[in-house]
Write a new protein. Structure first.
Length: 130
């Protein structure tokens, strides 16, 4: 078995562009873009700070029901790693304005016929109790 080519510069640039587009949409609460960037599949998952969402339909319903509006946060230590030309991870820490706790966010992305899509995401706060 051949190992995939890790971090091909052009693929990292593609994934970084999607990551940055998602971040801008998140901060603006641009629900249509947030929905677009998740793979439209029952296999897509998003574990959030307070919710476990299985399937694109549930993720979409969560986004549409949320009333947070626009907000600000600063990203720290973002790492994007690509594996070949069709699979990637994006991990970051963040500090949300007005909150003391550091958050962490990870995404798994794959290339689809429609472009790069998030197939799995996880958001949590450091120091939370289970």
């Amino acid at each position: 078995m051949n190992d995939p080519e890790i971090n091909l510069p052009e693929i990292v640039a593609e994934v970084r562009a999607v990551f940055e587009r998602y971040e801008a949409a998140l901060l603006a609460n641009d629900v249509p873009v947030l929905e677009e960037l998740f793979w439209r599949s029952p296999h897509t998952m998003r574990y959030g700070v307070g919710e476990n969402l299985h399937g694109w339909d549930r993720i979409s319903a969560f986004r549409r029901a949320r009333k947070t509006g626009a907000f600000r946060r600063a990203l720290v230590d973002t790492v994007i790693t690509t594996y070949g030309r069709d699979f990637a991870t994006a991990n970051t820490l963040y500090r949300r304005e007005g909150f003391d706790r550091v958050g962490r966010e990870s995404k798994v992305l794959m290339r689809t016929a429609a472009g790069w899509r998030i197939v799995s995401a996880h958001v949590s706060l450091i120091g939370e109790t289970v």
